[in-house]
Design a protein around this ligand. Structure first.
Ligand code: SF4
Length: 412
């Protein structure tokens, strides 16, 4: 396989960073590390250097592929082997050095490293790990590193990846075995799930021994939304399964972006970004608010409503659960109220023990009154929405009027 030596490093960077932009599983949330002696840098739990690409996605820099060579032929991927594109490989030393230089100049706060498969999964994974070890050991790099695992790499190399990175992830890409077989026949769901199992048990073992780079390390995955007929119900069931069984930190949803002509792919004018956002909101409810997938959608109603967020949708379909009294409702109940989030629910529980709560104080606690007022009472006294407790369509109309931002996250 020939790599042109005449290609300069910035051309390589531009091609390989462009090739990585469709992978959204890159957030660094939850990782906080201070700088230490003999090392440079730190990470912030609010995420590494985020940016917005032209199609509206949040991207983290330096987010890059080691190579866009690939032996696989996934229908939805710009780097698939049948595409006639310029192929580039960054050698581990080149990539480590450029990451270090960018980091030193404060351009980036970390590295998100993914790759096409060059020759075979093992060789590719080894080159990625070599890059990370060079960064950590030779350059003393203490920044955030998210390393993408290559399906079918050996357990020994996966173990090394876990030891050196803050987070690892392996992309399932498609939510069902059938869809994978159809669009990405080189990938096997069993093999990817096996790797996730291995990562989970390895992280547990290493955590007990305190024998890896970041004791808060974890794994995540990405699912492409809208390239196949898989429903939101199937997608959320899979996500919920992965959170429970494999203790994933996050499942990322990526609206399908058409980049290839292929009869197997749907013909769409623009990526389904609103659907992607609704899935993130539903995911939030499942991970943090105690909702079950079946409460949000079902086999009979397999797709989320697009016109309103899933929490409001649930509330309108369960009006007999309301109104809840702000002085009596439990934490779990408060979290079911549209307009009340985790922080505001905690504040309500704390404040109601020591003081009276009214609309103004609720607002100060972060409650979105225009959403919550139809679902709550104060010591039995209703708000202006009392007459609407049995009129879901009217509540929906009034809330939608005031809330023109469909894309809020995290939301209440
Ligand atoms: S394995 Fe990854 S890089 Fe290769 S074609 Fe499939 S999605 Fe693209």
């Amino acid at each position: 396989m020939l790599i042109k030596s005449s290609v300069n490093i910035y051309d390589k960077l531009s091609i390989l960073a462009n090739g990585a932009k469709y992978d959204v599983s890159c957030a660094s949330s939850g990782v906080m590390r201070k700088s230490s002696k003999n090392q440079i840098g730190r990470t912030s739990k609010f995420g590494i250097c985020h940016s917005w690409s032209s199609d509206g996605r949040c991207i983290s820099l330096l987010k890059i592929l080691l190579t866009n060579f690939c032996i696989n032929d996934c229908a939805y991927c710009i780097n698939r082997k049948r595409n006639d594109i310029r192929r580039i490989l960054l050698l581990p030393e080149e990539l480590a050095k450029i990451t270090y230089e960018f980091y030193r100049r404060n351009y980036i706060e970390g590295l998100f490293l993914s790759s096409g498969i060059i020759d075979n999964p093992e060789k590719t994974m080894e080159m990625m790990i070599k890059t990370v070890i060079l960064l950590r050991v030779k350059y003393g790099f203490n920044g955030y590193i998210h390393l993408k695992l290559i399906p079918d790499a050996s357990e020994a190399t996966v173990l090394e990846a876990i030891k050196w990175a803050d987070r690892v992830s392996i992309n399932l890409e498609l939510p069902s075995k059938k869809s994978l077989q159809y669009l990405a026949p080189d990938k096997k769901m069993e093999s990817i799930l096996r790797t996730m199992d291995f990562v989970k048990s390895t992280i547990n073992t290493l955590r007990e021994k305190r024998d890896f780079y970041n004791s808060k390390g974890g794994q995540s995955t990405q699912l492409i939304i809208g390239a196949t007929p898989d429903s939101d119900f199937e997608i959320l069931k899979l996500a919920s399964f992965l959170y429970k069984k494999n203790k994933l930190k996050r499942v990322y949803y990526s609206a399908y972006v058409p980049v290839n002509d292929d009869f197997r792919l749907p013909s769409i004018k623009k990526p389904p970004l609103l659907r992607e956002n609704r899935l993130y909101q539903a995911d939030w409810l499942i991970r943090l608010y105690g909702f079950k997938v079946e409460e949000i959608c079902s086999e009979n109603k397999p797709f989320l409503e697009e016109s309103i967020d899933p929490k409001l949708s649930w509330a309108l379909n369960n009006l007999d659960f309301f109104p809840l009294d702000i002085y009596k409702a439990s934490m779990d109940e408060l979290l079911r109220v549209p307009g009340i989030g985790l922080t505001s629910a905690k504040r309500i529980i704390k404040m109601r023990k020591v003081t009276n709560i009214d609309l103004t104080s609720l607002k100060k606690m972060g409650v979105v009154i225009n959403r919550a007022k139809y679902f709550i009472t104060f010591k039995g006294n209703s708000l202006e929405g009392k007459r609407l407790y049995d009129k879901p369509l009217e509540i929906k109309r009034l809330i939608s009027q005031k809330n023109s931002n469909q894309y809020s996250l995290p939301y209440l």
